[in-house]
Design a protein around this ligand. Sequence first.
Ligand code: SF4
Ligand code: SF4
Length: 380
Amino acid sequence: MRHLEDYEDAISRCFHCQICQAACPVYLQDLLETYCARARLGLVQAVFLEQTLNVTPRLREVMDRCLFCTRCTRHCPAGVPLDDVFALARENLGKQLGEQGRDGGAWTAPDAGVPGPVAGPLKSGLGEIPAVKGPVRARVAYYPGCATSRLFQDTGQAVLRVMSENGVQVMIPEGLSCCGFPAYVAGDLHTFRRAMQENLSILSGLDVDAILVDCASCGMAFKVKAGEVAKGDGAMEDQAARVAEKTWEATDYLNHLGPVAEPGAVAGVWTYHAPCRIGWTPTAEEAPEALLQDIPGAQYEALETTGACCGAGDLFHLRHGELSRSIRTKRLKEIRRNGAHTVVTQCPFCRYYLQQGGSDLEVMHPLAFLARAYGEMREA
Ligand code: SF4
Ligand code: SF4
């Protein structure tokens, strides 16, 4: 397990270019420098490393006013892993302040309808896995995260259906649990590590060509963050590396493999909203357009800005409702301007939150749109 001190060198690489500020959806909304990524990094440095400032509830307020979108990390030319530093800072704050200064409590009891973590083994409830059509081209394991297992089963059914149509044999391993990413974001790295240990011990032993996820955050957890929390534990590091190597977002995997099934016609204009946390695999942002643009009748209209945030950010939208809604309003305006009725995205949180603000739109996973083009789906 890493500590903030392990990031001292990485933090010192910052040369104050402010590119992370320009990428930060929170800063872009309220234009307050206190809440931009670089300012947060400086505070972490002063409080926890140089110890020239004290831990106060106000610091918690500043650190919590962050979507954990990871856009600062993605854009930093010096490679400063800002989100890892912020997660550790949140962990330290939790230890020193408890719930003091926290607006809205810990990530344990999300409101009804919010895609939240599921305690215990995931029960996918996706029904039978359809038989593969034609020759088997690949064998994969599918990790249906908490949101797909509990709330958006249509996404899971679509993944199974689309894979079967394209010669991909899918298995869903027994005993999987929440990937733990919500705990990571909240700074509860101990819970995240424990969740990862359970999942890695199952996934790393599978003899499959790939491990598919349908959620940008689950993918980031397996591809990037598992390796971070495994550092120093040789056995876990090995497991994390094996799983990371095989982890793919499902749309990206099918695009990489090459689809063979012919889609039928679907009428309407659609667009793609790239989730902020999809950065662990840049090709996943290209996959929806590449896979779906040949659906007869469906017209693709790209959004003006790629990668703009929807404003949800786990509990952020509950803790900072007004700010969160104003970020969403900006995104929805852009979607409406381009005339799309259907929005595809690989994040159940973006789906939930955009749909909540845009009842005139339908928001779905890209493979659900493709499944529609393959014919009728079972109801979730
Ligand atoms: S994670 Fe996102 S919201 Fe938080 S500081 Fe970085 S860019 Fe801003
Ligand atoms: S983008 Fe990186 S180098 Fe530039 S100010 Fe932000 S943290 Fe520092």
